[in-house]
Write a protein that binds this ligand. Sequence first.
Ligand SMILES: [Zn+2]
Length: 218
Amino acid sequence: MSSHSAKATTTLPLGPDSITPVGVDVGSARYLFAAASPADGVGGAATVNADYAHRLYSEFQSATHRLGTAPDYVDDQDRLGDLVARYWPRLRRALECAADQVVGVARAHPRAVVVLEDLSTTPRPLVEAAHGAMAWADYCPAVAQQLLADRALDAGLAVAYVPPEYTSQLCHECGTLGDLGGRGCETLTCVNDDCTVGEVCRDRSAAVTIARRYHGEA
Ligand SMILES: [Zn+2]
């Protein structure tokens, strides 16, 4: 088929503009996930809290602390294995349930792409967190993000990665580097006098920035 003339007047129904990037910020404190498309904005961002998963992680670490008093090293290793076998499936299930909420949010958008930050960390096995060797904030993001990517792919969604620089510090609206002070470092304040954003939840703002970055807009 020859057709340079036809192409000039044809609009593809599903061009790149019809893809909806749904940015997901993965945290460890207040929210495990914050998810939003550019059109959702911070007001329409969905959040999933980290409380239950964090509690399981803390319980696991507390249980491993008690192992140190056992006299026999081999027994300790067996007990550690038992604890991992007991806690990892529960923790994974908690993180997957949270991830599935994000997948549900993404699927509500037309031709959604789940957009994640290209983190420099890789998921670590739970056993490495024994005896308090790893803080939740260090353990959680890579593991939660990997499980989310798996669940999204399982659900038939596309997953994309964008550079992670300053996603929590840039104003999602104007791109100015904001002020991270404020209550529990949970807020971002835009310092651009010409911007109307003011103080905003930094996780929600990061989700929008991540989504916009998919099209090179942030
Ligand atoms: Zn701003």
